[in-house]
Design a protein around this ligand. Structure first.
Ligand SMILES: Cc1ncc(C[n+]2csc(CCOP(=O)(O)OP(=O)(O)O)c2C)c(N)n1
Ligand SMILES: [Mg+2]
Length: 333
């Protein structure tokens, strides 16, 4: 189960709360729409939705600055939207269309944005972890103060390459934040069946890497922990581990019937711990927004998501000649 509710009396402005609400809602509605398009056969292959985990990326993006990098697994749509990538380009990539971020040739798991410093989208479990350390190495080498957010799951945390990476990141004081999105399951395997210790964040101790666990259903707690980790990295103190306790509401991918957990378990999380409802409550009880204000935001988000779906349906499929492009880097003359 995710960590207990930990929100202290929040020192947060109305504007901040509204922006977190908006950003988390955009991810949720976008993912719901992606699920629908998948059901209609417009999205092929695999599709891993991020519903339930929205507070993780939104909280951490609130702690980031321009120039910081991010890299993650296949469950990546939320990360792309949270760092400001265009919903139209993301949705069109999901449907394999020319207007997509990889011109329709990459799909859900292979999208990148140089402009937003988003380095994918990786289908091989934990492959992004050494790559993330490499990105951080490049910043250290260049002598700037950027940090790299390297996201991976509780299942990925059991991969050997994670520990090879921890060693190098600590040895070279790389400015990388290892964000373990602990959503309690790796495909159909509950964490207790695969992982020897429930506290994954302690696994950096052998390498001298500081770590902490955070309530991932609370966007403010995530942001606060993110700011601490970022300050550590920017000060040149090396890597930091954040184990963010979260929960995915949907199956592992769209083809997962999720028979390994009860409906009641999912329902309980939705009803008692939902990250969007939590901010909604704060906005209403703090009188920062009225029901009508929130309805207007909901409407605006729905409009953005519907537009992205229309764009994704209307954009043409890539031309056959595109099979031969973007394979090798063209040498400059
Ligand atoms: C090296 C490798 N082994 C196995 C798989 C199959 N696989 C895909 S996702 C996954 C589970 C990963 O779970 P976790 O790291 O907790 O991430 P989550 O899906 O929960 O976000 C597995 C075993 C793979 N893609 N790559
Ligand atoms: Mg997991």
């Amino acid at each position: 189960m995710a960590a207990k509710k930990t929100t202290k009396k929040a020192n947060v402005s109305k504007e901040e709360l509204l922006s977190y609400y908006r950003d988390m809602l955009l991810i949720r509605r976008f993912e719901e729409k992606a699920g629908q398009l998948y059901g209609m056969g417009l999205i092929g292959g695999f599709c891993h939705l991020y519903i339930g985990q929205e507070a993780v990326v939104v909280g951490l993006e609130a702690a980031a600055k321009d120039g910081d990098k991010r890299i993650t697994s296949y469950r990546d749509h939320g990360h792309m939207l949270a760092c400001g990538m265009d919903p139209n380009g993301v949705m069109a990539e999901l449907t394999g269309r020319e207007g997509g971020y990889s011109k329709g040739k990459g799909g859900s798991m292979h999208m990148f944005s140089k402009e937003k410093h988003f380095y994918g989208g990786h289908g091989i479990v934990a492959a992004q972890v050494p790559l993330g350390a490499g990105l951080a190495f490049s910043d250290k080498y260049r002598g700037n103060d950027n940090v790299t957010f390297t996201y991976f799951g509780d299942g990925a945390a059991n991969q050997g390459q994670v520990y090879e990476t921890f060693n190098m990141a600590a040895l070279w004081d790389l400015p990388v934040i290892f964000v373990i999105e602990n959503n309690q399951y790796a495909m159909g395997t509950a964490m207790a069946r695969s992982t020897s210790s429930p506290d994954i964040y302690t696994r950096g101790a052998a390498f001298g890497i500081k770590g902490e666990a955070v309530d991932g259903m609370d966007v403010l707690a995530v942001k606060e922990a993110g700011e601490k980790a970022v300050a550590h990295c920017r000060a040149g103190k090396g890597p930091y581990i954040l184990e963010v306790k979260t929960y995915r509401y949907r199956g592992h991918s769209m083809s997962d019937p999720a028979k390994y957990r009860t409906r009641e378990e999912v329902q309980k999380m939705r009803e008692e711990r939902d990250c969007i409802e939590h901010v909604r409550d704060m906005l209403l009880t703090g009188k920062h927004a009225t029901d009508d204000d929130l309805k207007a935001i909901d409407k605006e988000i729905k409009g953005i998501v519907n537009e992205s779906a229309d764009f994704a349906k209307e954009s043409p499929e890539p031309d056959v000649s595109e099979l031969y492009t973007d394979i090798y880097l063209e040498a400059e003359a």
